[in-house]
Design a protein around this ligand. Structure first.
Ligand code: TXA
Ligand code: MG
Length: 312
């Protein structure tokens, strides 16, 4: 349902977000499907709701640059670009601090995180009163175009609580600049022109067109140090076991993604549990079969990438 952004509806939206539910919010670029970036289940719901077959990492939206600084490695270039373009249609990718509160699923297990401070007044009001961080991809089902009107969002998600914000004034997604490694790279052209950025920090590297389509997916995706064996029902002696569903074997080498075989809960636990099991005392990590539907598609996608022979 589409609701006007009255103080009461903003408070209702915030209450929903705190409970881990999702909200459709207007930004100056496109409408976002927002959830509390610190709650694993809320972030898993974003992937489930969008029907994504993969875990492409999400952009974290905050009220101000200051709200982000302690959670990333903030650089001089980040300072220059944030001063010039935030709030606004620019996303910066920066290395994450270990103590950052964001769900590991939001960054798909990557050591970097994508950050943005939107300037749409409704997004600003929501983020200010919420006081936290919202993970928000464009509010469309996977494979559909990004929504620039509230009713586009309602078409894809009729039951979603959507805040009305009028037509998105920019209408294309934010420009993404990667400051997390090496020289600054333009990962996605968008609402802020390349030239405007280059005037301030010098030339931007441009990756291949394939990388631009899906930057988070092709870049050094997270893989555990230990080798992975998939579709294992009986782990070997010495192996850690990432289980799924009701289970007979137990021990401190076993972590269960979801005892009730709930794929959303499994996605919420996935990166954290994989990390916990990735210890040199084990010979490898065996992973239980995960069904190929719903978020199981994205889980299997990540597992296959993580199990594939290493490129480095
Ligand atoms: O304008 C926008 O940016 C909109 C509004 C809602 O803010 N959001 C948006 O989100 O376009 P989304 O999820 O559709 O696109 C996010 C992009 C993805 O291509 C993802 O791969 C990339 O950001 N990304 C996120 N985190 C990344 C990371 N750590 N490294 C590389 N790429 C990352
Ligand atoms: Mg999108």
């Amino acid at each position: 349902m589409i609701l006007s952004p009255t103080p009461e509806n903003l408070q209702n939206a915030i209450a929903l977000l705190r409970q881990g539910h999702l909200v459709g919010l207007p930004t100056e670029t496109v409408y976002g499907l927002g959830g509390d970036a610190t709650q694993d289940m809320a972030v898993a719901q974003i992937f489930a709701t969008k029907n994504r077959p993969d875990f492409n990492p999400l952009i974290i939206h905050g009220f101000s640059a200051d709200s982000f600084k302690e959670h990333v490695i903030w650089t001089d270039q980040a300072e220059i670009l944030a001063n010039a373009f935030w709030p606004g249609p620019l996303t910066l990718i920066l290395p994450k601090q270990r103590t950052a509160p964001f769900s590991l699923l939001a960054s798909a297990g990557l050591p970097s995180i994508a950050l943005r401070v939107p300037h749409h007044p409704v997004a600003q009001a929501l983020l200010r009163d919420f006081g936290g961080f919202l993970a928000a991809p464009s509010a469309n089902k996977s494979g559909r175009t990004s929504p620039t009107l509230s009713h586009h969002v309602a078409e894809d998600f009729p039951d979603l609580f959507i805040l009305e914000g009028g037509p998105s004034p920019i209408g294309i997604e934010s420009t993404i600049v990667d400051l997390s490694e090496g020289s600054p790279t333009l990962l996605r052209p968008g609402g802020i022109g390349r030239e405007e950025i280059e005037t301030l920090i010098g030339p931007l590297a441009i990756p291949s067109s394939q990388t631009i389509k899906s930057p988070g997916l092709l870049k050094s995706h997270y893989a555990p140090r230990l080798s992975l064996r998939l579709n294992v029902t009986h782990p070997q002696e010495g192996e850690a076991y990432l289980a799924f569903g009701p289970l007979s074997s137990q021990g401190n080498h076993v972590l269960n993604l979801s005892e009730t075989a709930d794929l959303c809960e499994a996605a919420a636990n996935f990166f954290r549990m994989l990390r916990l099991l990735d210890q040199p005392s084990f010979s490898g990590i065996a992973v239980a079969p995960i069904p190929f539907y719903g978020l199981g598609l994205a889980l299997n996608d990540r597992l296959e990438r993580a199990a594939a022979p290493r490129e480095f």
